[in-house]
Design a binder for this molecule. Sequence first.
Ligand code: AP5
Ligand code: MG
Length: 213
Amino acid sequence: MKIVMLGAPGAGKGTQAKMIAEAYGIPHVSTGDIFRANLKEGTELGKQAKVYMDKGELVPDELTVKILLDRVAKDDCKNGYVLDGFPRTIPQAEVLDKALSELGESIDYAVDVEVPDENIVRRMSGRRACLSCGATYHIEHIPPKKEGICDTCGSELVLRDDDKPETVQKRLTVYHEQTQPLIDFYTAKGVLKTVDGTQPMDKVFADIKAILG
Ligand code: AP5
Ligand code: MG
């Protein structure tokens, strides 16, 4: 099963994608997590991506597309995957579509997690992220067992540089301009499904499971 998660920054794509990955036994592939892991390791890619991410802009398609296609060509993706944060532009979606159709494959579901902009800024300021294993927490909704420490790997939790309120605003603008058109793209392909992302996460996940079966 191949799934694309759509939704504004902070809508809960990552949270739901991890739950889907676990429940359906498929890998969770997040381009944002790949960039942040590269940044942490100090790679050239990480340094290049950071320039855009810190401003709330998209990393250019030239850098993003190859990374994603290499990742989904790996063995563990043979039975499907859940993409979180890719595609984010129509050109990215077209490249993915073409690569899949050459293999006789296609995206099965594009799940749009809908959350109004007003809710987003509040969510982001409470988010804490582990840059080592990609786990995310929220200081009110999902606090870690020990403040500031990742439950999974014991690393320090941080407020992402791009979660500052002014950068979140910019990311929302970029989302509406460049990413929202994907809703029409996947509607036209007949695979778009919408869930109400303002509900508690378990309820959102129950709605997604009802769609995926
Ligand atoms: P990326 O890492 O993908 O960030 P994003 O899309 O902005 O999305 P987020 O990770 O911020 O939000 P999310 O929807 O995953 O929400 P989460 O589950 O964490 O990308 C970062 C940057 O990398 C981009 O700005 C861009 O520069 C670059 N990039 C990445 N991919 C790219 C691409 N393909 N092309 C170009 N550039 C790219 O939830 C948010 C918070 O809310 C958490 O604290 C969570 O605990 C909480 N929460 C979740 N669900 C609920 C709920 N139901 N109720 C209450 N709280 C909840
Ligand atoms: Mg995310």
